[in-house]
Design a protein around this ligand. Structure first.
Ligand SMILES: Nc1ncnc2c1ncn2[C@@H]1O[C@H](COP(=O)(O)OP(=O)(O)OP(=O)(O)O)[C@@H](O)[C@H]1O
Ligand code: NI
Length: 333
């Protein structure tokens, strides 16, 4: 049941999420279980990759941490963000507090669609300068200009493109502009939602390497991605989400190397990669508005038995009645 990371000795987690659930209330009394009972902690300096198929709840989890859920969402559980000796409970903090002291300052967000995040009518330079002003209190023109250029440089955004508008940028440069904005506040936690969508492989590598470099000593990076190769490149740990739950939470070297993923779904995700077995996962994830009572993966799982009508607990980093071990089925206890 525990999913904490030991981290460097004595270090307190930057973020500690316990039993987080998000439900959307829908017309007609229905509800969508977008996130269910998610527990994990992030150590200073750590990169955790959150992976899983489209619609499994990754972005909703991120929105819950940022206080950006829509009005029909209900949350349960805890999400503690460390700050000096104090902690902020993100799920119950007021919008005023989140806007004033969390978003941008303590959690930097690299958004899923940078083009939508950037203001279309303003140049990258003016958006960077405004963010610097807001987050650092610098007001003098020359200092603002220098700080904005430094921020651009940190995200490898070319200085000669600073006076362009977002529509004049390629997808890759828009992504770097958004990354530069996210880095301005030196937030202890960076949250990147699909930071490499639409980029080609060399640019994916560059973008994730840049993100990783900005981790520095004790900042943490939560990277949401479909891209397992990008996750392998930079993650210290991997959390695999399926139908709103974390079904496996493992150290990256063990996940991508030996013994490999232990949850059949996680194993299937990795086997689907062109560089691996290139065997697509059969079937589709269930509707989050109509989840089965037991293991949500059972319908797609060739190991499923009668025990799978109950939801498996996360145990030793895996939530499955039939863990995979060294490529074979574990004996069913
Ligand atoms: N405001 C909302 N009301 C109802 N359901 C919602 C709302 N926002 C998201 N959902 C549902 O929550 C589920 C999880 O969505 P989410 O965007 O978190 O998926 P994701 O894992 O980020 O997918 P992707 O990889 O495509 O970005 C989806 O089924 C989505 O339809
Ligand atoms: Ni998403």
């Amino acid at each position: 049941m525990t999913a904490t990371h030991p981290g460097p000795a004595g270090s307190r987690p930057v973020l500690s999420v316990r039993g987080l659930s998000v439900r959307f209330r829908m017309p007609g009394g229905r509800s969508v279980a977008a996130v269910t009972d998610v527990t994990f902690a992030m150590a200073p300096g750590e990169c955790l990759a959150l992976v899983g198929e489209s619609g499994c709840g990754k972005s909703v989890l991120a929105s819950a941490l940022l206080g950006l859920l829509p009005g029909n969402a209900q949350t349960a559980g805890r999400a503690l963000l460390a700050a000096g000796s104090a902690e902020t409970e993100l799920l119950t903090a007021s919008e005023a507090e989140l806007a004033r002291s969390v978003r941008g300052r303590r959690i930097g967000l690299v958004p899923q669609s940078p083009a939508a995040h950037l203001t279309p009518v303003r140049t990258v330079r003016s958006q960077l300068e405004e963010t610097v002003k807001e987050l650092t209190g610098i007001t003098r023109r020359a200092e603002l200009r220098a700080a904005a250029e430094r921020a651009a440089g940190r995200a490898a955004f070319p200085p000669d493109h600073l006076d362009r508008h977002p529509h004049q940028l390629s997808g890759g440069l828009a992504q770097r502009a958004a990354t530069a904005l996210a880095l301005v506040g030196d937030a202890p936690l960076l949250l990147a939602d699909e930071p490499t969508t639409g980029l080609d492989r060399p640019l994916v590598d560059r973008t994730v390497d840049e993100l990783k470099r900005h981790l520095g000593g004790d900042r943490a990076l939560l990277m949401i991605t479909h891209d397992l190769e990008a996750a392998e490149r930079i993650a210290d740990r991997v959390a695999v989400m399926y139908a709103g739950r974390i079904v496996e939470l493992t150290d990256a070297p063990r996940f991508f190397g030996a013994p490999g993923p232990r949850h059949p779904y996680a194993r299937g995700l990795l086997d689907a990669l062109p560089g691996r077995a290139f065997a697509p996962l059969p079937g589709m994830p269930p509707e989050l508005g109509a989840l089965p009572d037991g293991c949500a993966f059972a319908a797609r799982c060739d190991r499923a038995t009668a025990t799978c009508t109950t939801v498996p607990e996360l145990h030793d980093g895996v939530a499955c009645h039939h863990q995979v071990t060294a490529g074979k089925d574990a004996r069913h206890a």
